[in-house]
Design a protein around this ligand. Structure first.
Ligand SMILES: Nc1ncnc2c1ncn2[C@@H]1O[C@H](COP(=O)(O)OP(=O)(O)OP(=O)(O)O)[C@@H](O)[C@H]1O
Ligand SMILES: [Mg+2]
Length: 256
C-alpha cells in the first residue's frame, strides 16, 4: 500500500481555462498561509507553470528518464541514477519546490522508467505537506504520476454553459482512472461581473450530483492579464486583487 503524506491537489479542465493560472494562485495561497512545504508538479508536456512563478527550468523528469537509458554508469542501478538526478531537477524556491515532468515517453515500452518514476514520486510525497499538480487538458497524466489518492481535484471551467457541463464530465473521468478523489470542486474562471444568472443556473445543474461541489467564481482580471503581458510572476499580485481573493476563498474551503 502506498503511503502518501502530502495532500495531493490536482488541477484539471479543458485547454486554456486557467489551470496553470489557478495553480500559481494556489501556490501563492499555501506559501503565504504557511501551509508548507509545497511541491508543485508541472505535468503539462508544454510546461509553463515556471513562467507564472518566475522560475527557470534546467531539466525535466522526461529528460532524466531518457538519459537513464543510456547514461547510467556501471555500478549504479537505474533506480539510483533516477533518484540522484531527480533530486537535482527539483527547483527550490521559498516555501515551495517545482518539479517539471516534461515530455511523456515516446514509442516503445519504458515501463521500468515509469515504475521507477512512480516510486520516486511516492517517496517525494512524504517530504511535503501539499503536492500540487498542474495538468494539461485531459486526465491521462494523472495516471502517469501514479497517484492513488487526490485530496482535491479542482476542475477549472470557462464561463459557458457547455464549459461547466464538460467540467463536470471531466470530474467523472477520475473514476475510470482508479484514482480516489475526496473533493471534486468546480471553479469557473474569467467570469464577468456581476455573475450572469443564466451561468449560475448552469453551474447548479453541473454540480447537481452528490460527489461534486461548487468552489466559486473567479472574475476576469485585468491584473492577471497585465501580469501575463509583462511576463511577471503571479506570486507578486497583491492579496487584495479581486481574482486572488476569489481564488483564495475557494481554496480556504478545502485546504487548511
Ligand atoms: N481570471 C483571469 N483573468 C484574466 N485572464 C486570465 C484569467 N485566468 C486565466 N487567464 C489568462 O488565460 C490564459 C490561459 O490561462 P492558463 O494558461 O492558466 O490556462 P490553462 O488551462 O493552464 O491552459 P492550457 O490548457 O494551455 O494549459 C492565460 O493567458 C491567462 O493569463
Ligand atoms: Mg496550463
Amino acid at each position: 500500500m502506498s503511503v502518501q503524506t502530502a495532500k495531493v491537489i490536482a488541477m484539471a479542465g479543458k485547454g486554456g481555462t486557467g489551470k496553470t493560472t489557478t495553480t500559481a494562485l494556489l501556490i501563492k495561497y499555501l506559501v503565504e498561509r504557511g501551509l508548507t512545504p509545497v511541491m508543485a508538479v508541472d505535468a503539462d508536456a508544454n510546461a509553463n507553470l515556471n513562467e507564472l512563478l518566475g522560475l527557470e527550468v534546467d531539466t525535466t523528469m522526461g529528460e532524466i528518464r531518457d538519459r537513464m537509458k543510456t547514461d547510467t554508469p556501471q555500478g549504479m542501478t537505474k533506480s539510483e541514477f533516477m533518484e540522484m538526478h531527480i533530486a537535482q531537477a527539483i527547483i527550490e524556491s521559498t516555501g515551495y519546490d517545482l518539479l517539471v515532468m516534461g515530455q511523456p515517453e515516446g514509442p516503445g515500452c519504458y515501463c521500468m522508467a515509469n515504475s521507477i518514476l512512480a516510486q520516486v514520486m511516492e517517496g517525494l510525497a512524504r517530504s511535503y505537506r501539499y503536492m500540487i499538480v498542474d495538468n494539461e487538458a485531459g486526465m491521462e497524466h494523472l495516471s502517469r504520476l501514479n497517484l492513488r489518492n487526490i485530496h482535491t481535484l479542482f476542475v477549472v471551467s470557462d464561463p459557458s454553459a457547455r464549459g461547466v457541463l464538460t467540467a463536470a464530465r471531466i470530474a467523472d473521468l477520475t473514476n475510470s482512472l482508479g484514482v480516489e478523489v475526496e473533493n471534486k470542486v468546480l471553479m469557473v474562471n474569467r467570469v464577468p461581473q456581476p455573475v450572469p444568472e443564466a451561468l449560475d443556473n448552469h453551474v447548479k445543474e453541473a454540480v447537481a450530483k452528490p460527489d461534486r461541489k461548487f468552489g466559486g467564481y473567479i472574475p476576469a482580471s485585468d491584473e492577471i492579464f497585465d501580469a501575463e503581458m509583462a511576463q511577471k510572476s503571479l506570486l507578486e499580485l497583491p492579496e487584495q486583487t479581486e481574482a486572488v481573493k476569489a481564488a483564495w476563498s475557494v481554496f480556504e474551503k478545502y485546504l487548511n
